[in-house]
Write a protein that binds this ligand. Structure first.
Ligand code: HEC
Length: 222
């Protein structure tokens, strides 16, 4: 019996070793996406007054900050390891997983929404789209863009904050033929035939964070 186990272990080892060779190709197979579901033990009814908003804003800011750091760190690593094209593949297979892992750790739902999106799963619904438009109008008017807390159809509070286009983003979200070189544009078109997320300029609003807190239900707002 013992030698049988040993054989299994040895075979498993050989198989893993072989898989390792082909790992780069295999990671490109995107699994069907299942959105994160958070089921809180208890739902607390809240009034969205100044002090509660303040707490949710602070928590949202902290979580969005952590997600941003995690994404940027991994993106930088992917570019260093395999160049921009590899980094596009990396975002394709891993971006959602990275934000989802923080969602689970924090028991919130983290999204990176965009009207001009690359991954259609990041599409805004009507309410989100209106919030986004509000940010764009403020941006055009030269006002400061502030994070905010609202609530969704289920009454759950949601934190929003715009995501700005930085210089490092232009390689993949800038203008095709200028910042986005043809090979990268081709890779993006292959993985995202419906891509809408190019043509951004430095400082443009690229999208927005939305962080939903399922453990609360807004029953009144002051
Ligand atoms: C190497 C190419 C690359 C770079 C550089 C890059 N992105 Fe992206 N970005 C992508 C890909 C690919 C996706 C789609 C990810 C997915 O499928 O979940 C994406 C998705 C997004 C989304 C989600 C909304 C959507 O369009 O689907 C936002 C927001 C975003 N990127 C912002 C940024 C910002 C801000 C930067 C710079 C700090 C940046 N990106 C840099 C490739 C890149």
């Amino acid at each position: 019996m013992r030698s049988f186990y040993l054989l299994i272990i040895a075979t498993a080892f050989v198989l893993t070793a072989c898989n390792f060779e082909g790992a780069k190709k295999e990671t490109l197979v995107k699994k069907e996406y299942t959105p994160v579901t958070i089921t809180p033990d208890k739902i607390t009814r809240i009034t969205l007054n100044d002090s509660v908003s303040h707490i949710l804003l602070a928590r949202g800011r902290k979580i969005a900050g952590a997600a941003k750091v995690a994404l940027k760190k991994e993106l930088r690593k992917a570019i260093k390891e395999g160049g921009l094209e590899h980094a596009v593949e990396f975002c394709y297979t891993r971006a959602m997983e990275i934000t989802d892992s923080i969602s689970l750790a924090e028991q919130v739902i983290i999204k990176r929404l965009a009207r001009k999106n690359r991954n259609p799963l990041n599409e805004t619904n009507e309410d989100e789209s209106n919030i986004f438009k509000g940010y764009v109008l403020n941006y055009i008017g030269g006002a400061n863009l502030k994070s905010m807390v609202s609530w969704d159809d289920l009454g759950r509070p949601v934190y929003f904050n715009p995501i700005m286009t930085e210089a490092a983003c232009l390689n993949c979200h800038g203008t095709v033929g200028q910042e986005v070189n043809p090979e990268i544009a081709a890779k993006i078109a292959e993985l995202y035939p419906e891509d809408k997320a190019t043509g951004f300029k430095l400082g443009d609003i690229r999208g927005m964070w939305s962080i939903t807190f399922p453990e609360y239900m807004v029953v009144a707002a002051e």
